[in-house]
Design a protein around this ligand. Sequence first.
Ligand SMILES: Cc1cc2nc3c(=O)[nH]c(=O)nc-3n(C[C@H](O)[C@H](O)[C@H](O)COP(=O)(O)O)c2cc1C
Length: 203
Amino acid sequence: MRAVVAAVDCPVTMKMRLGWNENQLVYAEVAKRAQDAGVRAVTLHARTAKQFYKGNADWEHIARLKRSVDIPVIGNGDLDDPHRTIERMRESGVDGVMLGRATLGNPWLISQIRDLMEGRPARPLPDAADRLRFCLVHYRTMLEELGEAHAVPQMRKHVALYLKGIAGAAALRERLMRLDRSADAIALIEATIAKLESAPVAA
Ligand SMILES: Cc1cc2nc3c(=O)[nH]c(=O)nc-3n(C[C@H](O)[C@H](O)[C@H](O)COP(=O)(O)O)c2cc1C
């Protein structure tokens, strides 16, 4: 950590889990050493390496870490609801939060949390057609960045997540998984938007 801090001109931050397993919860010790080495902030994903993604992130440990170091602490793990996120922040005293899986297919979560942080009511989610319009922007950006061969398989997962809560999502996902060309996937999304707009359904 010292070597990295010494080698670069920008602030160095780090992210870690609680430790290898529940018997080796080394996070507080590691964070203190990081602080001493000049690391400027630490993010804690409150699971052990052995847990991988099983069980729940234990925010008690995040609160404990916040009390253990002076550098800013960023909490991470299982944040998927704007109000619960604010509660987690208040309970643990963290300086910030890092979002993970819940933003896949739902990037609006970020603005909702920001609304609450800034004292406004959380904005509602866009309607289903607008969510899919955003999915098209995501798709086209991935095509530009990665090209057809890499973007198509990656976007299968993302489109499936954007379809969450939309009527007929299961059948649409199944069709999507069988499409190998971006033009066909985009046409399917566009047709779904048109269908939603001709007969809007609550979603
Ligand atoms: C698709 C995906 C990619 C990830 N990539 C990284 C990564 O490159 N570096 C990292 O530290 N964590 C990575 N993570 C872990 C997340 O940053 C986060 O710590 C973890 O998902 C727990 O937060 P969550 O419960 O909100 O998802 C990744 C997670 C996912 C789902």
